[in-house]
Design a protein around this ligand. Sequence first.
Ligand code: PEP
Length: 251
Amino acid sequence: MRRYVIAGNWKMNMTPNGAKALINEMKPLVAGKDNCDVVLCVPAIDIPAAVEAAKGSNIKIGAENVHFKASGAYTGEISAEMLCEAGVEYVVIGHSERRQYFGETDQTVNLRTLAALNAGLKAIVCVGETLEQRELGYTETLLKFQTKMALTNVTAEQMKNVIIAYEPVWAIGTGVTATADQADEGNGYVRAAVAEMFGAEVAEATTVQYGGSMNDKNAAELLSKENVDGGLIGGASLKSAAFAAIVEAAQ
Ligand code: PEP
């Protein structure tokens, strides 16, 4: 049985004080919702406040990026060891905004994934096609390629700590959600790529999230699909009631 994971991605929102306040609001709303893991991936500066605020609750804290080197002359970057010591358990890797604005490539996504896994973090690896790629008919090819590139040199054992988020780029932050069938199909392509690399058993056990304008209104339908094992949620994770409703939908 694979585990549902509902993860918020705050992007560049919330100061440390805001993070504390929002988590304190969310804690009672998601308490006892044990049918899924509840994760908030927050800006690096918010991590200490978020970890402190989440203590004693079922909310786990994630980061939004990790560098692939252990240490060195990489100004502005944060290593996996630093994240672990700060109490982080999850990290988002290869989000389309990092690919689009910060030069992230399939190769660096792979290196970051390996660094995160080797440090014992759970990696939320993002893949997804642009609208142009979808319209050209390359969705399956692209999703399989991105998935396989990201997981190169990952072991079957390490796959226990890998979550893949299928996020069609055209649905992120746009208010346009993929239909439940499109989400199921995309997640199915991702799972098929995992099966081609690691076999059917590992693929069946891998959590594949959908992300892209998931909210309190559409979550139940999306999460009802066979291949949708949770969500990576941007905008709606900044509102306690909406995020809690998505967690509830995963029950
Ligand atoms: C995201 O940031 O991964 C995301 C899916 O954003 P939104 O829910 O706002 O579309």
